[in-house]
Structures are given as structure tokens and as C-alpha cells.
Write a protein that binds this ligand. Sequence first.
Ligand code: SAM
Length: 401
Amino acid sequence: MSRATPRRRAELTFQANRSAGRHGWLRLTPAYARRVVAELLDAHAGERVLDPFSGTGTTALCAAERGRHGTGVELNPFLVELGRLKLRRFARATPRRTTEAAERVLEAVAAKDAVRAPAPPIHNIARWWAAPVLDWLQRLRAAVDAEKGVARELLGVAFCRTMIALSGAAFDHVSMSFKEPALPADVEAAGAERFRADVEAVRAGAAENPPGRGALLRGDARTLAPLEGEHDLVVTSPPYPNRVSYVRELRPYMYWTGHLHEAREAGELDWRAIGGTWGVATSRLASWTPRAAAARPSALEALLPRVREAHPKNGPLLAAYVDRYFEDMATHLDALRPHVRRGGSLHYVIGNASFYGELVPAEALLAELMERAGFVAPEVELLRKRNSKKELFEFVVHARG
Ligand SMILES: C[S@@+](CC[C@H](N)C(=O)[O-])C[C@H]1O[C@@H](n2cnc3c(N)ncnc32)[C@H](O)[C@@H]1O
């Protein structure tokens, strides 16, 4: 195998990713732009920054990059692990050690007696990876797992990038879709080239430590149980009420990293997620009953019958989905109130949704829920038009503590 070509290509990818640093390690399709967070942080003073729906940890990392303290809360254990790694302070030798470990890994992968990690028990796996690519990935996973310490963790991120790059999953829409899975003529060479490029991208992010600190807590935004103390600023993007499932998209990462073992677990996790809709999370909605109907915003009270009647078969389920979403958001905002300093501020990036032509004005409903939870003077700012459908927009809902 020629090493000259992979090196050159890796250099290109390295350059392309360098500006994104750790933010570019892994993406969630509906993750918000770092620029939006950066602008909000630059416009609002405050040392202690909180993101109760941390996702890939964008807010906490942006805060740490500005010398502030960023705390993220996230339900998904894979994202908690990723977020923690992004906030880590790495030793000066870590990037070099990671490259050395990557070369050892690639040697182990190419060995005749290479060990294979089990294939993930993901439904319809042939849609994800061509068989020879899957076999190569199983060897890569086992070799990465044989490494130790922080290099192993960073190589784990590179593995995730490579595994997705070699898959048939396409992330160019709001929600994930599938194309034909890649089958390079020389799987070994193409795989190694891809992995080296991904290691370079990860290692580039690890080469610079942010000046500030941060913490990532595994928890539920509806209770915020592990969270302590008050915060000056909340900058976050909760799930939108649009039936996009984060677990659906994260399944391959979670299987390969041992955070999921069977399909049922994905549905269970999505049932606990706000706006979750995967597997059992949808079937359970049919028997879900609201906790306190009187607590609904008036606009929601008027909207629910319209959604229910918008489609003879799916309307009732969608109405329950929307109802539960806003009940969960109300619960979240009540749990948040004691953690925001009086005079501090909240900034929620949220998108509206539409079901069979019935528009769900998530931004206005969220503003009303903020006021009910005791936050002051909510204001809605239009952020951008989403390209998918005409009437779909993203907003920032601001309020004061
Ligand atoms: C829009 S994404 C956040 C993306 C994030 N801003 C980023 O840049 O990656 C919403 C996140 O909320 C998380 N989430 C959903 N329900 C939650 C809950 N009950 N508690 C905590 N996090 C939750 C999801 O797992 C998802 O990562």
C-alpha cells in the first residue's frame, strides 16, 4: 500500500477541518451552527453558561473557548462522552501519541490474524455498509479498543467519522437518508486513507486546549437533577416538535461504541427524549395522557383539535406528540428556573413545525411557557428560513431570569 497518497489527502482534510477544531469532530445533522452560539455568547456577559440540551457540546465548548465556564446536560450517553472529550485539556504529547497509536492500529488491522469486534446489531446492516467494508471496520474497532488511555478515546472519535464516511447514510437533509453504501476497489487502502485523514482532523482539534473549563452532565432536562447552582446565561437548542429523532441518527455511533445493545434500547431512550419518536416512543404515545390539561398555553389548546382532525389516521397520534412535547418543555422550564440567576438570560434556538398544513408555532408557545415558568419579557427573533418547507423557520427565543 502506498503511503504517499494517504498522507497528501490527509493533509487536505486536516486543513479543511482545522478551522472547525473540536467542533468539527462529529456533527449532529440538526446541531446548530457554532456561529449562532458564538454571537449569543459575545453579546451577553456572564461567566457560568448552561446548555440543558447539550447535544455535541457546542455551547459548553464555545464558552470554554471564551475563557468562561460551560456546563452541558444531555440525555444521550454517547453525546455525554463526546462532549466530555471535547472539553478535555490534553497534554502536549497527546496529538503525537495519537498519530503513533493510529499507525499501530492500522498495522493490527492489516495483520493476517486481525481480531474482529462484533458487528453492530443494527437493523438492515447491508444498507449501512458493504460486507467487505463492514469486515474492515470490525477489525478497525477491535484494534482501536486494544489501545489505551486518551489516544484510544481520540481514535474512537476518528473511528466514528470513518465508519460514517464509509456508510450509505447521507446527512444532507434535515433527517438522515440512505444512498448506496461505498464499496471501494481496494477496501484496505481506502479505509486506511480515510482513517488517517480522520485521525488528523481529530488530532488537530486536540492540539489546542480552550482557555476556559466546562462540565458535561448526563441527565434529563425535565429534572436537571445533577445540576447545581445558578447560571448567568442559558444558550441552547432543544429538540424541535418536528418528529426528528436524534437516537435514529445516532444509532450507528451508539452500537459501535457499546452504548446500545439492542433495538429496544433505542426506543426506550427516545421515549425519555423530548420530542422523541423512534420505535416504542411512538407506539407509547397512543396511550399517553396529559398530566395537567389546565397548564397548556391557550394557543396550544386551540391547535390540538386542528392537528387531531388534520388526518383521519395519524392526526390523534400527532396531536398527542405535540401535546407531550410542550408538556415536557414546560416541565423543563420549571426545573430550570432555580438554576438561572435573576437578571441572567435565556436564549433558545427553536424551529416551528407543520403537520398536514397545521403550523405549530413552537417559538410563540415556548415564549409563553417561559413566562409561565417565571422568566421575564420573552422575545422572539427570527433566525433563518429552513430550506425544507416554505413556512418553516428557526427562531431564537430570548428571556430574562
Ligand atoms: C437540537 S439537539 C442539540 C444540538 C446541540 N445544540 C449541538 O450543537 O450539538 C437537542 C438535544 O437534546 C437532547 N435531549 C432530548 N431530550 C432531552 C432530555 N429530556 N434531557 C436532556 N437532553 C435531551 C437530544 O439528545 C439532543 O442531543
